[in-house]
Design a protein around this ligand. Sequence first.
Ligand code: LRH
Ligand code: MN
Length: 429
Amino acid sequence: MTIAWDALIDDDWRRSQEALLDDYDHLARQLGRRGIDVRALQARAEAFVVAVPSWGVATGGTRFARFPGPGEPRNVFEKIDDCHVVNRLVRITPDISLHIPWDEPDDPAALRSFAAERGLTLGTTNSNTFEDQPGQAHSYKFGSLSHTDAAVREQAIAHNLHCMELGVKLGATAHSVWIGDGGNFPGQHDVRRALDRYLGSLRAVYGALPDGWRLFIEHKLYEPAFYSTVLNDWGVSYHCARELGPRAFSLVDFGHHAPNVNIEMVVARLIQFGKLGGFHFNDSQYGDDDLDAGSIKPFQLFLVFNELVAAEEEDVAGFDPRYMLDQSHNVTDPLESLMVSAMEVQRAYVQACLVDRAALAAHQERNDAIMALAALKQAFTTDVSSLLAMARRAKGGAANPLAVYRASQYRARLSKERPAPPKRGAGIV
Ligand code: LRH
Ligand code: MN
């Protein structure tokens, strides 16, 4: 399907440029009074990138139901086509995280060049030992890398090695491991032995890490295990990453923490300990809701970036976190949610770049809590929308991605091109 994106983007620009330039000039003056050069800030916005999850372009669901929308992608190539549209409009999502075997290609080289022709890379592989595949020898019902049966652990290790071998062919540079292993009842698991088995299995995965790659391990408080999750929090993740070696890091998924956990402190600790590998950005009100990033707690997202930008500006050794979205789009057009979420993560980054760190440090030294918070709030309440739009424009993107996407009728056209697949049930239905 060919869409005249350039023409649609130019139409949108013609319609919105006067107001945008007025807002931008106002922002430039506002920041100028704070001694901040709007052009330098825009350059930082243009350099910002966040990866999109291949599994985020199809409609998500819950164990109760999934309501697929029109034009769902039917294979990894159509997923990449949809990721291309997101990046065509927002220009900050040139990398895609793949999930194996959901995205297992017959011809890795063909998939890699298909993505490259669209200006996209396939930077991170995610393994999947949380569901059984047809014909699989051993079930993961009672775990995978931490299973009591060595044969199951071996099977899970082999799957992770396969993901990395495939990833090398796809041009990836990191492997991400999340397991659902855990117990549902007290006594079901020997929690210390389970962690020992998990770490033992991860050593085998780490030992096969391709040159130059990093290994990300992702903690999660609960679900699918509802009593004792093996890798349940950042402390255990940090311990494992340190035990494994210099190329193992902790990945922070926003939704994987108990309610009210201070995630920005978890991030600060992992930065301080040199083990922050990256993020799965999303948002949540209660559990692992996988809602759009910045949609529920935008101030928390800003506070996390406040820690990240502080580390970036202090040039903390080895600080190179990989930013990725991980969301489930149950009631929105997944591409609209990915575009908005990517822009909200970029917004939090740019606002965090506005923090007057010298003033903040002085307030902290003087224990002037009110002024310290005010320094953060000044940055958080600065409307950088015009700058983000100008940054997109400067990279050939849309000033208003949602408006251009809707004007393109992309979704309606897809529904003709991609007949609806047979209805697949969710967990309990
Ligand atoms: C687990 C998780 C993990 C992915 C999956 C799709 O909740 O966050 O990162 O493998 O979602
Ligand atoms: Mn995740």
